[in-house]
Design a protein around this ligand. Sequence first.
Ligand SMILES: [Zn+2]
Ligand SMILES: [Zn+2]
Length: 151
Amino acid sequence: MSHEGIRFSTKEDQARQEEENRPLPKIAITPEKVRVLMTEGKGLEIDWVDGHRSAWGFAWLREACPCATCLEERKQEGRKPGQAKAKPAALLPMYTPPPKPESVIPVGRYAIQFNWLDGHTGGIYSWEYLRRVCQCRECEFERSETTGAPN
Ligand SMILES: [Zn+2]
Ligand SMILES: [Zn+2]
């Protein structure tokens, strides 16, 4: 499992990558309980084996879709996972229903896939990805500390 951990890169590369790819312990990326609050329309909750608890709203998850298309789009627009697109101010406000999944299916043992009501599918949210984007105060604080972003 750890064979691919060997790579050759410069020190600067490593420093940059360590921030994002800091390995997480297995217990931190193994869910003990996964709840999808479909009927409530709320979102996803995960209790991790290490005792941590995470929760994400559907709207957030939709904007954090990890598929290649969405990743690229966010990169180009400089958006973080979960950050909504800026709404064009000049247009008449239109009602858009909040994002909701049509179905949520487990992918192997490592991920969960959301198929959204708006027709977008194919985003596979791995446990590791989800843990890395945990929205709890503790994790948010830790991330703001390490990236130096203002709170
Ligand atoms: Zn996507
Ligand atoms: Zn957290």
